[in-house]
Design a protein around this ligand. Sequence first.
Ligand SMILES: C[S@@+](CC[C@H](N)C(=O)[O-])C[C@H]1O[C@@H](n2cnc3c(N)ncnc32)[C@H](O)[C@@H]1O
Length: 194
Amino acid sequence: MSLDPSIAADMKKLDALLRGHVAPRLGRKKAEARILNLACGRCDEADTLVSAIKAGTEADQVKLVGADIRIREILQARERTSKLGAEFLLEDARQLGAHKELGEFDLVFMRHQNFWHGSEVWKEIFDTGLAKLSDDGLLVITSYFDKEHQLAIDALTDLGAELVETKQNELSRGLSDAPGKSVDRHLAIFRKPK
Ligand SMILES: C[S@@+](CC[C@H](N)C(=O)[O-])C[C@H]1O[C@@H](n2cnc3c(N)ncnc32)[C@H](O)[C@@H]1O
């Protein structure tokens, strides 16, 4: 999949964060590493996620499942990642708890979580993400702006998640039409509550 140059540059920065801060904490996976990307949109990060986690965990393969409620974005994600063997569900992330067959995931990822625009919905999405996490898995969010990042951290810790690290992306691309917002401005890593 070829990405717009500015998005490709964003992906290099995200890749460095995933390889430097997330993958080493996942440990080695013998066969398959499993990633659940909630509210994935068109999932520009699909290849980046799979390659960074595959390299970091030395898994034989990586399974990526994404879910979003927007059909156009899900269709784009499916089309653009057809060679990746990923699965994209047109589904409310809050309903995924009912899909027992999906199993557990080593990494639950939410890029540009949107807590500011719907805190109650996002608390439920976070709760579902934690429920889908394996015992030694990690839940990772990225955020566009400082206040929303802190609110999301507070909500996740209120749900019992343990904050492992929050990292500012020093190379984050600013959004010219939204002062104070930038791409993957912050990344935070959580463990499942014990
Ligand atoms: C800020 S966008 C981020 C999209 C994508 N992760 C990215 O970084 O470009 C927030 C996304 O949350 C999705 N969303 C909102 N509520 C949802 C829900 N209940 N279940 C699944 N997706 C949801 C929206 O459709 C949108 O794609």
